[in-house]
Write a new protein. Structure first.
Length: 464
């Protein structure tokens, strides 16, 4: 493939650094823009930057947006965020630019959960019982009058505070009532509303497809999120602590969900990754929520498992050129390595424990690498299976960047899920980073029975 020019845009927080770095290492010209001031050092030394992405639009062959959020209007000390990159992407396409990004309506799939369920229902997709409320007292009354377990899902930009998602455990819904009362006091001024979903038991699985503006790429990604902070799926919710996955074809899971939405997405002109998280059991498939953008750290794991050119894939995707990626025929896992005070905000703790911390790799985890105990330059060989999140390169030394405490993701792949786990955790054993922590059970749910249940119910498997 000839050298192409890629413009990566983080219109809010920096999320797409690793993909930009991967495309840059393949020899393409890359420029990366980060809007959030606290994140602007992320990727320094790895990826060429720009401080004005709009001035680079004519330069770019492909423009890639990483999320749906843009900075909100000024509300004093808490400006918040708004949806908006879909509108930007749509306008750029109207100007003839090749863009990986959404539309206003696809942005709304994530921002407005009630709308998302309407789209699913309008296209014949089964949904779990759900209700949207803008008033806490009305939601509390609904639970008391209909006492079953519920899941609380905040709406709007506050849904990015992942620890606010709550999965009820009590059959009479009493714990959900208590949580709603607490949220009314603590978050009532910011939470524009919330959705109550009836809790469904089963296996949680996400179907992720890449859409080229007209249709889905034949390779479909199936992934399993691990959102809680601690092993055993306990503790506060985070954006994600790790993911296990494999690639397959247009099986029953795909056809009963995205297969019914393909024409709608084509009419929208959507381009990029889109994910639908579901609960699956022996009676059916129940979609829970959309991610109409890249997932994190899912994209790093997808990069690791795409064995053909990543730049070629996204160039073809943005131009509607029928992309055909070669993918790993097996299993993959990704583990997010984090630092204090993640997932909470505490500037003093972060400054004392994590800011500018060095990330050091042992020789054995770096096949083909050229130095012991030091990092690699932006043009050098990367440690195997190590992917960037909040990191920078200072004179060849990897260091923690930004304020979030999520410096790297470590991946592994194998013919079995257990083999993928062993490779990833062997690589983690070779990393030296003071105060780091991570979940050591990513992929275990598949090994311990989720895989057998999905197979027994006739849903999926690698290559199917």
């Amino acid at each position: 493939m000839d050298t192409k020019r890629f413009l990566f845009v983080s219109a809010d927080a920096a999320l797409i650094t690793d993909l930009a770095w991967q495309v840059h290492r393949e020899g393409h010209d890359v420029k990366y823009y980060i809007e959030a001031e606290s994140d602007r050092e992320i990727g320094d030394g790895f990826v060429p930057k720009t401080d004005d992405w709009e001035a680079e639009v004519d330069w770019a062959d492909v423009i890639v947006f990483d999320d749906i959020w843009v900075p909100g209007s000024d509300h004093g000390e808490d400006p918040g965020t708004n949806v908006g990159t879909g509108e930007l992407a749509q306008k750029l396409r109207e100007q003839g630019k090749a863009v990986v990004g959404g539309t206003p309506n696809t942005d709304r799939l994530e921002e407005d959960r009630g709308y998302a369920m309407e789209v699913l229902e309008d296209h014949g997709v089964n949904t779990v019982e759900h209700h949207v409320f803008e008033d806490f007292d009305e939601g509390i009354q609904h639970v008391q009058e209909n006492p079953v377990p519920y899941v609380i899902k905040p709406l709007g930009e506050v849904q990015n505070v992942k620890r606010l998602l709550y999965v009820g455990n009590e059959n009479d819904g009493s714990d959900v009532v208590d949580v709603l009362k607490a949220y009314k006091k603590a978050w009532g001024h910011r939470m524009k509303g919330f959705q109550l979903q009836r809790k469904v038991e089963g296996v949680e699985v996400a179907i992720c497809g890449f859409f080229d503006g007209n249709e889905f790429v034949d390779q479909v990604n199936f992934n399993f999120e691990h959102k809680k902070l601690f092993p055993g799926n306990i503790g506060p919710s985070t954006g994600e602590m790790g993911t296990s996955m494999f690639w397959g074809g247009r099986n029953k899971l795909f056809e009963e969900t995205f297969g019914k939405l393909e024409n709608w997405l084509a009419n929208e002109g959507y381009v990029g990754s889109i994910d639908i998280n579901c609960i699956v059991n022996e009676t059916g498939i129940y979609p829970l929520e959309f991610t109409p953008r890249f997932g994190y750290p899912t994209i790093a794991l997808q990069e690791e498992s795409i064995e053909s050119s990543t730049g070629q894939f996204f160039y073809d995707l943005a131009h509607g050129n029928d992309p055909e990626p070669d993918v790993h025929n097996g299993y993959q896992i990704g583990v997010r390595i984090v630092l204090p005070p993640f997932p909470f905000d505490d500037e003093k703790t972060y400054d004392e424990s994590s800011r500018n911390a060095a990330v050091v790799f042992g020789t054995e985890s770096r096949e083909g690498s050229h130095a012991s105990g030091a990092s690699v330059t932006s043009s050098g060989v990367a440690p195997d299976g190590i992917h960037l999140e909040d990191a920078k390169n200072v004179d060849g030394q990897w260091r923690v960047a930004g304020d979030n405490g999520m410096p790297i993701v470590v991946t592994g792949k194998g013919e079995t899920m257990q083999a993928a786990r062993e490779q990833a955790y062997d690589r983690i054993d070779e990393i030296v980073m003071p105060n780091m922590y991570y979940r050591d059970d990513i992929g275990e749910r598949w090994v311990d029975g989720d895989g057998d249940r999905l197979q027994a119910w006739g849903y999926l498997g690698p290559g199917e």
